[in-house]
Design a protein around this ligand. Structure first.
Ligand SMILES: Cc1cc2nc3c(=O)[nH]c(=O)nc-3n(C[C@H](O)[C@H](O)[C@H](O)COP(=O)(O)OP(=O)(O)OC[C@H]3O[C@@H](n4cnc5c(N)ncnc54)[C@H](O)[C@@H]3O)c2cc1C
Length: 554
């Protein structure tokens, strides 16, 4: 996959997607699979906005039982199954647990009823042929069992626990990239580091965008019959360029990554009221031998560009976590990484103290709403529902273009690395097949990350066995992956390689030695000078917000 700005500038597309987050990536894939000519531009790297910061849970919608919104739950159950079908290497079952209490709403009886309702509503969840994807029925477990599952947890505050099953993304940055790669396979033209700086407009019709390439500074026009605005929290910044605006504002959400608290189960614990925040269920999720804890919601009303995370915000979140499970005693020193991004709120619901999140994704038809044709905006609220929102956007798009195309294919098409019928059997075979020069843990990691495409890395290693070396043991990431990222996956910076193409930086800032090693591996491809390598390292460090806070806040 290579950038081809000439083609972007010289071809008239049916559809141009702005934004390479999860919504933009799937929209472009959907368009390409329907046979529509499509381009996508992303002003940073693919996934570098909110999408790379999620808690990586593909929700089946259990929490929405409280709202009684059964159609939303059914949609989420269907989507969870779809994700496991189209990306079986990246989406896996996750055991979840919430301790039950003496309070009626959190009692064994109430939770038991909720789990039963959840099982009934997800009656068709196990229709996949792959036995690894099976999600058993929920159950209530005893206090003794809870003590066994959660060592160190004060079980006397609970009466047992409710256990159910959801799904987790092994690597959400890779998943997003798989959609980009699959879109390209289906004919899409994509480029990172290209920003839409204004719209091309003819009377009341949008006919493309003026774009800026951050690699060269070049400004050029991209023509398309229709533009789909998937700019996430920056949706309104883009709409302003056509003198439009939406009903949505942004709030900030954050997770922290700390050393592993509990392995195997994602645990929901309720915080106490602290720092003016009401009690909230926080999830401690096992991930990459660490724990990811989320999600903290911060009211924010000044637009996405002005927000800066600081230590006070992180400390307040740690206070909240510690109130939910006091033995943790988390302090700032325990935090390995902070991931944060934006979530939409309705402008009408903006509240200085609390965040009232928008619950459902929205596709905005600007022809109907503002009399401006050739423009659709997509407001996404969850990774989980991104595919279905993209489908709705594309249905509207082909309808507006009056095109006769294939129907949506994304619910039944496996992504590039997803050609796997039985994940466990596939992994077993790979472990036998991969040359011994590759560490077993690296083979496993290749299969979980690249799925059926792991053989591309095997080919690299067969050509050059040296590429099987691990970069930062015990992490399983190999030199082959770095090479693959710069040659075949449009990685243009050190941050792209460390933060999104490989898992070298997923759980925290790697050591200086690792950064230097990677920078020198990449530099021949881009002919970086030693000064440029250092600049790359410095700007990568800036992408780790918690490290930034150390310099920003005295
Ligand atoms: C802390 C946190 C935890 C979360 N946890 C979960 C979870 O567990 N499960 C779940 O389902 N969801 C979760 N979510 C929600 C989910 O991550 C988001 O809904 C989703 O990633 C938003 O995707 P997006 O494509 O709309 O936005 P983004 O990922 O922000 O993509 C928009 C892109 O547009 C680009 N862009 C903006 N302006 C321009 C322009 N002018 N030209 C070109 N490009 C432009 C940006 O650079 C950006 O990359 C979480 C969110 C957060 C913040």
């Amino acid at each position: 996959m290579k950038r081809n700005l000439e083609r972007l500038a010289n071809h008239k597309f049916d559809i141009l997607v702005i934004g390479g987050g999860i919504h933009g990536a799937i929209t472009a894939w959907d368009a390409a699979l329907r046979g529509v000519s499509v381009g996508l531009i992303e002003r940073g790297d693919f996934g570098s906005g909110t999408s790379q910061n999620s808690l990586k849970i593909i929700h089946g919608g259990l929490r929405y039982l409280q709202d009684g919104n059964l159609s939303r739950i059914r949609m989420m159950v269907r989507e969870r199954t779809t994700w496991m079908k189209i990306a079986p290497h990246l989406i896996h079952p996750l055991t979840c647990l919430i301790p039950t209490t003496q309070k009626i709403s959190g009692s064994r009886l109430a939770m038991g009823v909720a789990l039963k309702a959840n099982d009934i509503l997800s009656f068709d969840r196990n229709q996949l042929a792959d036995p690894q994807k099976e999600l058993p029925d929920g159950m209530i477990v005893s206090r003794q069992e809870l003590a066994r599952i959660l060592p160190g947890y004060d079980v006397y505050t609970s009466t047992g626990a409710a256990v159910w099953y959801d799904a987790q993304i092994y690597n959400s940055e890779r998943l997003l990239l798989e959609f980009i790669l699959s879109a390209v396979d289906a004919g899409a033209e994509v480029a990172n580091y290209v920003e839409a700086i204004s719209f091309l407009q003819q009377d009341n019709r949008i006919i493309g965008v003026r774009a800026k390439d951050f690699q060269t500074g070049q400004i050029f026009d991209i023509q398309s019959k229709l533009v789909i605005n998937c700019a996430g929290a920056w949706m309104d910044c883009l709409l302003e360029k056509a003198a439009l605006h939406s009903e949505y504002a942004t709030s900030v959400a954050m997770n922290v990554i700390v050393n592993q608290v509990w392995s195997e189960v994602a645990v929901g614990l309720t915080s106490q009221p602290v720092n003016g925040k009401p009690p909230q269920v926080l999830f401690i999720v096992p991930w990459q031998n660490m724990s990811m804890i989320g999600t903290c919601h911060i009211p924010w009303h000044d637009g996405p560009n002005a927000f800066m995370l600081n230590k006070v915000m992180v400390q307040e979140f740690l206070d909240q976590i510690n109130s939910a499970h006091p033995p943790l005693k988390l302090s700032l020193e325990d935090v390995r990484h902070v991931t944060w991004g934006f979530l939409p709120v309705n402008k009408a619901d903006v509240n200085r103290q609390h965040v009232n999140l928008t619950r459902d994704g929205v596709v905005i038809d600007h022809q109907k709403k503002n009399g401006i044709s050739g423009l659709i905006s997509v407001l996404g609220v969850k990774y989980t529902t991104a595919r279905v929102v993209a489908e709705q956007a594309m249905d509207l798009a082909v309808n507006q273009l009056g095109m006769k195309t294939k129907k949506c294919q994304t619910h039944m098409t496996q992504v590039r690395g997803g050609k796997i019928d039985d994940f466990r059997a596939f992994l077993r075979k790979a472990l036998l097949k991969v040359p011994r020069v590759v560490n077993e843990r690296s083979t496993e990691h290749w299969v979980y990350t690249y799925g059926s495409e792991y053989e591309k890395l095997v080919e690299c290693v067969l050509r050059q066995p040296d590429l099987a070396r691990r970069i930062d043991p015990p992490l399983p990431v190999t030199v082959a992956e770095v090479e693959h990222a710069v040659h075949h996956e449009m990685a243009l910076t050190l941050a792209d390689v460390i933060g999104r193409r490989t898992e070298l930086g997923s759980t925290g800032l790697p050591s200086m030695a690792t950064l230097q090693k990677c920078a020198s591996l990449i530099s021949p491809e881009f002919r970086w000078s030693s000064e440029h390598q250092q600049q790359e390292i410095n700007s990568l460090i800036q992408t780790y917000p918690f490290k930034q806070t150390e310099t920003i806040v005295a």
